[in-house]
Design a protein around this ligand. Structure first.
Ligand code: DON
Length: 561
C-alpha cells in the first residue's frame, strides 16, 4: 500500500554545500513529526546522537504501534571524531522470573496468545536506558531539550491516519483488554477514524521524569513501582530488580566487505549483520553480470535460504550462548556454502542439514537514519514487536509495553503460535535478550556512504541485502528504497515477493528452476536511507514510498521554513 511520501530539500544551500565542500545534515524516519523533531534538535546545535534521542522519543509518541518507551532497539553509531562504529544494544531482556516453558500449558503445548498479548509477553524495556546513554555519552544537549518535542506531542496530541486505524483495528482486542490502553489508543473501544487526536498525558509525565532524572527515573523509584505493580496485577512477572538491573550494552558491530564495499551492521542479539554479511560473502563468488534475470533472483534466493538456515541454528544472545560469529562471517565458510548452489536448479531446503525453523511474520517496528554536519551517523531500528506491542499500558504511566518475548523460541524445535521455530540458542532464559532480525547498517564504498534499515520481521535482513546491492550498483537513496522486494528464509521453502516485482515470464523461469513462489497481496517494509558523497559531503535521503515517513536534507545554516 502506498501512502504519503515526501522528500523535502529544506534549502537550496545544499547545492552550494556541494560546491563549497560544506557538509549538510539529514534525517529520514517513519513519521514527519519525528523527522521534524530531529531536524529541530540539529538546528539547535545538537549532533546526530541528540537528534536520535529526539527521533526515538517522538516516534514512541506518534507511531505507538511501532516502537516506544516500553520497547527496545539497536542504535548503530558512527563517531566521526574517532572514526569508530559502535552498536548500542537496548534490546529488551527476559524478566528474571522468566522460565523456559512459561508459554506452555501442563501438556507442554503452547498457550495461544500468551507470548503476544498482555504484560506476560513483555520483556524489560531498553529504550529509556538507551536514550540516556546516547545523550549523556555522545550528545551535546540535555534531555530536557531533546525530549521536548516528544513531550509536546504526548501532551497536545497527534492526528491519526488510515494506517493507525488499520494497526489499532488489528490489535483492538489486546488494546481493549487494558483499561489504560483502550482509553488512550481507542475511541469508544474501537480503532479511531483517521483524523482523530491521540493525547497521552501520562506518557508526557513519564517522558518529563526521564528528561529530569534520566533513566533512573524510569527504572527506579515511583515510576518503576507503578510499572511493576500494574504488570504483576495483570498477570506479568516483572520485579523492581528487573528494572533496576537493566543495562544498555555497547557492542562491536559486525563487519564485512563485498567487492570493495564495507558493511557495518548489527551484532547479536540481532541476527541481521551476520546473515547480511554471510549472504554477501556467498554472492561474491558469482559473476552476476553474466547471469540471466531469473538466475540472478534464483542465486539471491539460494544465498538467503542458506543464511536463514544458519540463523535458525546458531543465533541467540551471545551473553548466554556461544555463537560462532567469526566462522559465520568468514569468506572461507561462505565459499563452502556457495559451492552447494547450482545455477540451474533450486536446492530444496530439506536437502540442507536440517534445523527446526519456521516463518516469522512481519508485524511492526520502525527505523530511522541520521547524518549530521560533522559526519556522525545513526542507524536505529526500534521495536515493540507486534503492532501496539502487548497492547498493555501500565496503569497511570502511559507506557505501552512490548511483546518482544515472542521473539524467543517459546518451545525450541516447535513452531509457536505465529509459526516461529528456533533452536536451543534462542530458548528463554532469565535476563536473556531475545533474538532479533533488526539490521541497522552502514555501507561504504570508495566514494559514498549509506545509512539504512527497515522494519519487517524476518524480511528485514533480505530487504537490507537488496538495498545494499542497489547501492553497490550505484543506486541513490531512492533507488535503494524503491527496489522491488522478495525473500526466502529457508522454511517455508518458497520465495515470497511483493505483488509486482516478477513478470509472468520471470515467474515461469523461476518455477522451471524449481522454486515455489508466493506473490503477496501488498508491499512490505518501511526503509529510510541517507546516502552521502564522501568528497563533497552532498546528501541524498529517501523514505519508503510504502510508508508515510519523511526524509529531509538540511543545510543547517538556514532555518526550516
Ligand atoms: O526484533 C525483531 O526481529 C522483531 N521484533 C521485529 C519485528 C518487526 O520488524 C515487525 N515489523 N514490521
Amino acid at each position: 500500500m502506498i501512502r504519503r511520501f515526501r522528500v523535502l530539500v529544506l534549502t537550496f544551500a545544499c547545492f552550494f554545500a556541494w560546491h563549497a565542500h560544506v557538509q549538510a545534515a539529514a534525517v529520514a524516519s517513519a513519521h514527519p513529526l519525528a523527522t521534524d523533531a530531529g531536524i529541530e534538535v540539529l538546528d539547535k546545535g545538537g549532533n546526530a546522537f541528540d537528534a536520535a534521542v529526539a527521533v526515538t522519543a517522538t516516534l514512541a509518541v506518534v507511531e505507538p504501534y511501532s516502537s516506544g518507551i516500553g520497547g527496545g532497539g539497536f542504535w548503530l553509531l558512527h563517531l566521526s571524531s574517532e572514526n569508530r562504529d559502535v552498536m548500542l544494544d537496548g534490546r529488551e531482556r527476559a524478566p528474571l522470573a522468566a522460565e523456559r516453558d512459561m508459554y506452555l500449558d501442563q501438556h507442554g503445548d503452547l498457550i495461544p496468545g500468551a507470548s503476544i498479548d498482555g504484560p506476560l509477553s513483555a520483556g524489560i524495556p531498553g529504550v529509556p536506558a538507551a536514550i540516556e546513554h546516547l545523550s549523556s555519552k555522545y550528545g551535546k544537549l540535555p534531555l530536557s531539550v531533546t525530549l521536548e518535542a516528544a513531550i509536546r506531542y504526548a501532551r497536545q496530541g497527534f492526528t491519526t491516519d488510515s494506517h493507525y486505524q488499520r494497526m489499532a483495528g488489528f490489535r483492538e482486542d489486546a488494546l481493549r483488554a487494558s483499561t489504560d490502553a483502550a482509553a488512550i489508543f481507542l475511541k469508544n473501544n474501537k480503532a479511531p477514524e483517521p483524523g482523530s487526536v491521540i493525547r497521552q498525558p501520562d506518557l508526557a509525565t513519564t517522558l518529563s521524569i526521564i528528561a529530569r532524572e534520566g533513566a533512573r527515573g524510569f527504572y527506579q523509584g515511583e515510576l518503576a513501582r507503578r510499572l511493576v505493580d500494574s504488570v504483576v496485577r495483570n498477570g506479568g512477572i516483572w520485579s523492581m530488580e528487573d528494572l533496576a538491573s537493566y543495562r544498555v550494552v555497547e557492542r562491536e558491530p559486525v563487519k564485512g566487505v563485498f567487492r570493495g564495499m564495507q558493511i557495518v551492521s548489527a551484532a547479536p542479539p540481532s541476527s541481521g549483520g551476520i546473515a547480511l554479511i554471510q549472504m554477501l560473502n556467498m554472492l561474491e563468488g558469482f559473476d552476476r553480470a553474466t547471469l540471466t534475470e531469473a538466475q540472478r533472483i534464483h542465486l539471491l534466493a539460494e544465498v538467503m535460504r542458506r543464511a536463514y538456515r544458519d540463523r535458525a541454528e546458531f543465533l541467540g544472545d551471545t551473553d548466554f550462548v556461544s555463537v560462532p560469529v567469526n566462522r559465520l562471517v568468514s569468506k572461507k565458510y561462505a565459499d563452502r556454502l556457495a559451492a552447494g548452489i547450482k545455477l540451474d536448479a533450486a536446492t530444496p531446503s530439506d536437502a540442507l542439514t536440517p534445523v527446526a525453523v519456521g516463518t516469522q511474520k512481519a508485524s511492526d517496528t520502525t527505523h530511522f537514519s541520521i547524518i549530521d554536519d560533522d559526519g556522525n551517523r545513526v542507524a536505529a531500528t526500534l521495536s515493540i514487536n507486534f503492532p501496539f506491542g502487548s497492547g498493555f499500558v501500565a496503569a497511570g504511566t502511559g507506557v505501552l509495553l512490548n511483546d518482544e518475548m515472542d521473539d524467543f523460541s517459546s518451545k525450541p524445535g516447535e513452531p509457536n503460535v505465529y509459526g516461529l521455530v528456533g533452536a536451543e540458542a534462542n530458548a528463554i532464559e532469565p535476563g536473556k535478550r531475545m533474538l532479533s532480525s533488526m539490521s541497522p547498517s552502514f555501507l561504504e564504498t570508495d566514494d559514498r556512504i549509506a545509512v539504512l534499515g527497515t522494519p519487517g520481521g524476518s524480511r528485514i535482513i533480505t530487504m537490507v541485502l537488496l538495498a545494499a546491492l542497489a547501492f553497490h550498483e550505484g543506486g541513490d537513496a531512492q533507488a535503494m528504497v524503491d527496489r522491488g522486494r522478495f525473500h526466502h528464509q529457508y522454511l517455508p521453502d518458497k520465495i515470497i515477493a511483493e505483488p509486482s516485482v516478477f513478470s509472468a515470464k520471470l515467474m515461469r523461469a523461476l518455477s522451471d528452476l524449481g522454486h515455489q513462489i508466493q506473490l503477496l497481496d501488498s508491499s512490505y517494509g518501511n526503509m529510510h536511507v541517507i546516502v552521502q558523497q564522501k568528497e563533497s559531503g552532498k546528501l541524498d535521503a529517501a523514505s519508503d514510498r510504502r510508508g508515510g515517513g519523511e526524509a529531509l536534507v538540511d543545510s543547517g545554516s538556514v532555518a526550516s521554513p
